[in-house]
Design a protein around this ligand. Structure first.
Ligand SMILES: [Zn+2]
Length: 274
């Protein structure tokens, strides 16, 4: 029998795209990173398996990993999905459910290898969303469906709003957040047929009240941008994630090793500070 995992690294990506940026990994680097996971024998978990690991109801294989993407960009479908599929890996996208559009799968562009004029950098994506042109740069529900079996989708709220910056009044803030989380959960249920237990905080912002609201909405696993190690004793409401950058293969391999080993990962994060 395989030994169970001590710690499970949760990788955080945003864009996989040839348009460079701070939160972008190039398609070449992404392929090499996924090749490393596949060849080193990592088992990518489903989000529910990962939650089971934290809750103690699932013995994750010794080398397990959770691969996550934030926001739900079209480039995830164009550049990450084919690679994940080719290596037999699976991943989770935390989608801003209100940004995903309708319409057919943009398969034609996938099949023409000439690149994707509409997979611009992060800043241009944010401008498109702000200018009511989210469909140019974000996933469609048809594309989410086309990725089923390889990619699962969970919540990154419905609107990606930092309600703490909108409402100074705590009651208004909490009510707006509660609505946002409920809208997202309901959208996932209506579109995909399941009630997700997984929520990722926009810009990593949360406090104890946010956590209570999320819990009351039905979310059990809450994903942060804190880079701590996730072990069987990590609270599901405090999932740590590692920002994956466009760096050398050795950088990626080292992080995978550290965050899979509870003790060394803890020492490393303590030395580095948060
Ligand atoms: Zn985000």
């Amino acid at each position: 029998m395989r030994r169970a995992a001590q710690a499970v690294p949760v990788l955080m990506y945003h864009h996989v795209s040839p348009a460079p940026g701070l939160v972008t990994v190039s398609p070449e680097s992404f392929r090499r990173q996924m090749a490393h996971l596949a060849h080193a024998g990592y088992t990518p978990l489903t989000a529910d398996q990962f939650l089971g690991f934290l809750e103690g109801s699932y013995a994750a294989p010794r080398k397990s990993v959770l691969i996550t993407f934030d926001d739900g960009y079209l480039d995830n479908y164009a550049f990450a999905f084919p690679v994940l599929k080719a290596f037999g890996l699976r991943a989770t996208i935390f989608a801003v459910t209100g940004w995903l559009g309708d319409g057919p799968v943009r398969r034609d562009r996938l099949e023409t290898e000439k690149g994707w004029p509409d997979c611009p950098n992060h800043r241009a994506c944010m401008e498109a969303v702000a200018g009511a042109q989210a469909d140019r740069v974000m996933l469609r529900w048809s594309e989410v469906e086309a990725m089923q079996g390889v990619v699962e989708v969970h919540s990154h709220t419905h609107t990606h709003t930092r309600w703490d910056k909108v409402h100074a009044d705590e009651r208004q803030r909490d009510a707006a957040l509660a609505q946002d989380l409920a809208d997202s959960r309901e959208t996932l249920r209506a579109r995909l047929g399941y009630a997700s237990a997984h929520l990722c905080w926009p810009q990593g912002y949360f406090d104890a009240r946010y956590q209570a609201i999320a819990r009351a909405t039905g979310y059990r696993a809450l994903y942060t941008t804190d880079k701590h190690v996730n072990t069987g004793s990590t609270a599901p409401e405090d999932v740590g994630r590692i920002v994956i950058k466009d760096r050398r293969d050795a950088w990626f391999a080292r992080r995978m090793w550290l965050y899979s080993h509870a003790r060394w990962g803890r020492i490393y994060t303590a030395l580095r500070g948060k």
